[in-house]
Design a protein around this ligand. Structure first.
Ligand code: HSE
Length: 305
């Protein structure tokens, strides 16, 4: 008899300001992926929700390519040569909210469950990081909460923790796409030492202040000098949106991942911060919507029907 499983996986916001390619947080916006593995070489992929029109439904599909890699790793690719994949996507595509990480992690987790869990979460992190290229989105999608990640000699390590304060993530989602590739191409080969020092202090302070729930120390901890200044030209009005969020009461504000979404962190001003960000984008002729999300605490998990 064919077996299926449905996995719910959160969207994620990487970098969190100063933690370029290292920090990430999962948020309460989700993709559902239902997988049935087939012995016959048939591929049926359906997508609905965010970006459904632009998601490939053939061999190029990222979820299917991730499943194939996992099957290969456990030498099950001869036994299972096809799949039925049904996706319901709530995470906007190419906006800096971890849609590719969600596709990869949802697919890997589903295949892993159907094969009897040959990999633990660390094993899934390894495969997901190989596919994505860096761990900062896939780690929070797997573990939930905030994650601090690094890659040592090709092996990713990730430490997950929950913030000790009721943090809201207010995300301004502008009405245009930005590819991670284009945003990474905007970065320099090297950065000045003073900018590296600027970020090291803030990234360390950010993690400590979140873990302790220390609000005053968070006020400058989301700032960045390593990537945002070089990418600002790709997002019209980015620094005005930052300023609007801060003026409306945000503790800190940053590009979400490689953008173009902008994420403001706040404990109690979510609605006014969201409105202010949308209005600031509008002044630059960019239409945007605001999402007020919480930190997801679970990461990818089997969804109950
Ligand atoms: N750390 C990555 C970047 C996240 O900023 O390019 C996007 O995948």
């Amino acid at each position: 008899m064919r077996k299926s499983v449905k996995i719910r996986v959160p969207g994620t916001s990487a970098n969190c300001g100063p933690g370029f390619d290292c920090l990430g947080v999962s948020c309460t916006i989700y993709n559902d992926l239902e997988l049935t593995l087939l012995k016959e070489p048939t591929l049926e992929i359906q997508a609905e929700g965010e970006g459904a029109d632009s998601i490939p439904t053939d061999e190029r599909n990222l979820a299917w390519r991730s499943i194939q890699l996992l099957l290969h790793r456990v030498k099950a690719d001869e036994e299972y040569r096809g799949a039925i994949i049904r996706m319901k996507n709530g995470v906007p595509l190419s906006r800096g909210l971890g849609s590719s990480a969600a596709a990869i992690v949802g697919a890997l987790k589903a295949a892993n469950v159907l094969l009897g869990n040959p990999f633990d979460r660390r094993g899934l992190l390894q495969i997901a990081t190989e596919i994505e290229g860096h761990p900062d989105n896939v780690a929070p999608a797997i573990y939930g909460g905030f994650t601090v990640s690094l890659v040592h000699e090709g092996v990713p390590e990730s430490f997950a923790f929950l913030p000790k304060l009721p943090l809201k993530l207010v995300i301004a989602v502008p009405d245009f796409h930005l590819s991670t590739k284009a945003a990474r191409n905007a970065l320099p080969e090297a950065v000045p030492m003073k900018d590296a020092v600027f970020n090291v202090g803030r990234a360390a302070l950010l993690v400590a202040a979140l873990a302790k729930g220390n609000v005053p120390f968070l006020r400058h901890a989301f700032d960045d000098a390593l990537h945002q200044p070089y990418r600002a030209k790709l997002i019209p009005g980015m620094y005005d949106v930052f300023e609007a969020a801060r003026n409306a009461g945000a503790l800190g504000v940053a590009m979400s991942g490689a953008g173009p979404c902008i994420v403001a962190y706040t404990t109690n001003h979510a609605a006014t911060v969201g409105d202010a960000m949308v209005e600031a984008f509008r002044r630059h002729d960019v239409s945007a919507r605001a999402l007020a999300l919480d930190v997801d605490k679970r990461g990818a998990h089997i969804a109950k029907e």
